[in-house]
Design a protein. Structure first.
Length: 154
């Protein structure tokens, strides 16, 4: 569910039945990210690389069901486990939004019985960027929920 939307920003709020520490780990560890960090179950990863420190880089390659590979990269600007992450977000060539740096802030706030995740993606400056990221994040956050349920079963 999007709780706020402006011309160049999306804000999502979700509550997950895990601790902030667990959610932070699942959000930042490649092994876990492969389970949920993609627009839908039909997408696959070529790689997920994370150097989780301020100034550290990350890169993720997605392949769509149609065989299109998109690579996303960025730099961690703030890493405050288990409560907050801020990082740049830039698509690489040949993606239509290549080279446009946006910013993601993820907050993990402890709640009774779980954690509220507040995801803010801003600087979405091209007309279709907001719509595409809305779909991508909505799918990823749903897969995150499914991944957490599966983790409890494992």
């Amino acid at each position: 569910m999007v709780t706020e939307s402006s011309e160049d920003k999306l804000v999502f709020r979700r509550i997950y039945a895990v601790t902030p520490e667990t959610l932070f780990q699942i959000w930042t560890t490649p092994e876990y990210m492969r389970r949920w960090f993609r627009p839908s179950q039909e997408f696959t990863h070529h790689f997920v690389e994370v150097d989780l420190r301020v100034g550290g880089q990350y890169r993720v390659a997605f392949e769509s069901p149609e065989g299109v590979v998109d690579v996303l990269s960025g730099e961690f600007l703030e890493v405050t486990p288990p409560s907050k992450l801020i990082y740049s977000w830039t698509w690489e060539e040949p993606n239509e939004h290549a080279g446009i740096e946006t910013q993601v802030t993820v907050e993990f706030q402890e709640q009774t019985g779980g954690t509220e995740l507040i995801l803010t993606h801003e600087r979405l400056t091209k007309p279709d960027m907001k719509e595409r990221h809305l779909g991508g994040w909505s799918g990823a956050l749903e897969l995150l929920n499914e991944s957490l349920i599966q983790k409890e079963i494992d």
